[in-house]
Design a protein around this ligand. Structure first.
Ligand SMILES: [Fe+2]
Ligand SMILES: [Fe+2]
Length: 203
């Protein structure tokens, strides 16, 4: 699949795509920068399959991991400054870079589009209610071409056939993984599970 480099028209972000890509290159390691480019392309592809705005898919795909390499102190300061749920302090970067990181996307990249911000906010833990764009970023992060884990082919097949079933598939796998490895489960992940998984007849 040839990469799609969109020209932005919708004033969702105060930069051209090329300028936004440079912001990401500066904020991220080389390997994570490559990852967000792949997530962008996968999100555009899923947007095409689901009648979703490709410009929002491109922007949300690019910025979803913007905060991934920020030091813990930045997140702890934001949790306190914005009076976020103090339970967040029991978790770490894996949860913070989305659930808190959207604030850095808003403040530092000048993005105010609520769907793009929520796509960042929910991309790891999901949410009971996710718009198609938010579902797309959640899934593009999971199935981008470099992902390789047992069940990835099934994850890609299900997601392209039915985006919502893809969300259920990932949510079930994530919770199973956390439980099997005795890892803590962020409460939002359980809410996401209850909302998405029982309604599908997953194997
Ligand atoms: Fe992430
Ligand atoms: Fe990611």
């Amino acid at each position: 699949m040839k990469d799609k480099q969109l020209t932005y028209h919708e004033q969702i972000v105060p930069f051209s795509r090329a300028e936004l890509v440079e912001k990401l290159r500066e904020a991220l390691s080389d390997s994570r920068f490559s990852h967000v480019l792949r997530v962008e392309q996968t999100a555009i592809e899923l947007a095409g399959l689901n009648h979703v705005d490709p410009e929002r898919a491109s922007i949300a795909g690019l910025v979803h991991d913007y905060a991934k390499q920020r030091p813990d102190e930045d997140f702890i300061a934001a949790i306190k400054q914005y009076h976020l749920d103090p339970i967040l302090l029991d978790y770490g970067n894996a949860i913070w870079h989305g659930v808190v990181g959207w604030l850095f996307v808003k403040n530092e990249l000048g993005i105010n589009d609520i769907e793009v911000l929520n796509a960042v906010r929910y991309h790891t833990v999901g949410h009971q209610y996710m718009t198609p764009l938010e579902q797309i970023v959640y899934m593009a992060d999971y199935i981008e071409p470099a992902r390789d884990f047992p069940g990835i082919d099934e994850a890609r097949r299900v997601t392209k056939a039915n985006l919502q079933e893809g969300v259920a598939f990932q949510t079930k796998q994530t919770l199973s993984y956390l439980v099997q490895h005795n890892k803590p489960v962020f409460p939002q992940t359980i809410l996401t599970y209850n909302s998405w998984v029982p309604q599908f007849d997953l194997k």
